[in-house]
Design a protein. Structure first.
Length: 451
């Protein structure tokens, strides 16, 4: 298999030279910023199709992150586009709700039988913050608990105030959020003991890539979730599941089904509309009804009020995506793809005697590659060097692989060949240092105190 050798980034460099004067951070998601990639990388994407994308210089790449995990079927996936185009021709936003909102509400709630009501929005932060607001209104409490290890729940103050990027957020706000150790039921119990009668809700991902594999869970994932729900209810708090990443990946619709759990509220996004901006909050009726307008005389909870939450084309994309997941074995195909990639890369790592430096968290729905130095500490120089070499060979790689329905066996083989070819340079960087091989600075953490 002939590997690509990408060296021309002229138009990308020109784009990079002006974009930071126009857009703060150079992108609308910090995860897409220039500081997240090596210098020798595309600055912007011109278009995508299936599991491939092309940059401004016409270079072709195998996509590994698939729109930050949001593209579950493939870029410009025809059956989704067909439904979107039909709806677009009827208009996208009206003075009253569109008929398609009822269709989506009924369709989605059929997938989550433990919940009876739903609200739509355009991004994940809106629905997670709405869930927090509901929990506080329902319980009359202020504190929100979440795992301290979690990378991102929301760009809103209640979460960002607990990160290294807390500048601009009053301490009085950040103090309303408290943290515990992920997957650790004793840590969560200790939090309830420390703040008796004060915690409104616990919000957590149902599982991480490494749950049961690379973390220190004392309980199985399912058992922790069930005990956590019981603990919340025992202490008068709500339990919120964040299915932003796991939804339409671990199972269909997500880990709620996989582990047969009944959270009070759940948030959904990323892959549920194949990259279109459509997210949802689902929950039990007695909680969700607080955001309604039918209970005369009760105090109103201003829940989600977003002009674009009911845009018809995004809802149509979600309906088309759900239909494809229902009719075809998408989840099993995603996991098959992920397992195939893991098996091939593990063998390559073993063959090159690099199993102490390159580690794979073996979640078939989203494998994560970790690059550590000789002291077993994650190393951004080594990680960025591997990214640089994979990108040079036409694989847009950041250390994760998100299987989508469009990834083919041939493309997985291509990834494996590029991975093995890149390892020859990586191994030299590991043994001799990266200075001679890495062009530019290493990629940086998104959540860091200083630029």
């Amino acid at each position: 298999m002939k590997l690509r050798n990408i060296t021309n980034f002229n138009k990308s460099n020109e784009y990079r030279s002006v974009i930071h004067n126009l857009i703060s951070g150079g992108a609308h998601t910090y995860s897409k910023g220039d500081d997240q990639f090596p210098l020798l990388a595309p600055a912007a994407i011109s278009h995508g199709k299936g599991a491939l994308v092309w940059d401004l210089d016409g270079n072709e790449y195998l996509d590994c992150s698939m729109g930050l995990t949001s593209v579950s079927l493939g870029h410009a996936y025809e059956p989704v586009l067909e439904k979107v185009i039909k709806v677009l021709q009827k208009g996208v936003n009206f003075q009253r709700p569109s008929y398609i909102e009822r269709e989506m509400a009924e369709t989605f709630l059929e997938l989550v039988p433990c919940h009876q009501m739903i609200k739509f929005a355009k991004n994940g932060s809106i629905v997670t913050t709405a869930a927090i607001k509901l929990a506080r209104a329902f319980t009359g409490r202020n504190l929100i608990a979440f795992p301290q290890e979690h990378p991102f729940y929301s760009y809103d103050d209640w979460f960002i105030g607990k990160t290294e990027c807390a500048k601009g957020i009053p301490t009085s706000v950040s103090e309303l959020s408290v943290t515990f150790n992920a997957c650790n039921i004793e840590s969560l119990q200790a939090l309830f003991d420390k703040y008796p009668g004060k915690i409104a809700a616990v919000i957590t991902e149902p599982e991480k890539n490494g749950c049961g594999i690379a973390c220190n869970c004392k309980l199985s994932v399912g058992e922790f979730l069930k005990q956590a729900i019981e603990l919340c209810h025992k202490n008068g708090a709500l339990f919120i599941i964040d299915e932003m990443i796991t939804g339409f990946k671990t199972d269909f619709p997500g880990s709620i089904k996989k582990f047969n759990i009944e959270p009070d509220l759940a948030t959904w996004g990323k892959g549920i509309a194949n990259g279109f901006s459509f997210c949802a909050l689902t929950g039990k009726k007695e909680i969700m009804e607080l955001g309604g307008i039918r209970n005369k005389g009760t105090e109103k909870v201003f829940l989600i009020s977003t002009t674009h939450g009911g845009e018809t084309h995004a809802i149509a994309a979600g309906l088309a995506t759900i239909e494809i997941f229902k009719k075809q074995q998408v989840i099993s195909q995603l996991h098959k793809t992920g397992n195939s990639l893991i098996d091939k890369c593990e063998q390559i790592i073993l063959n090159h005697n690099l199993n102490e430096s390159i580690k794979i968290i073996k979640a078939p729905w989203m494998p994560i590659f970790s690059f550590v130095d000789k002291t077993n500490i994650p190393n951004q120089f080594l990680r960025t060097l591997m990214m640089q070499e994979m990108i040079r060979r036409g694989v847009l790689f950041q250390g994760i692989f998100v299987p989508c329905f469009s990834h083919t066996n041939e493309q997985i083989n291509y990834f494996a060949e590029a991975f093995e070819d890149s390892i020859s340079i990586y191994k030299k960087g590991f043994e001799e240092g990266t200075d001679k091989f890495l062009v530019g600075e290493p990629a940086k953490a998104v959540f860091r105190k200083y630029i």
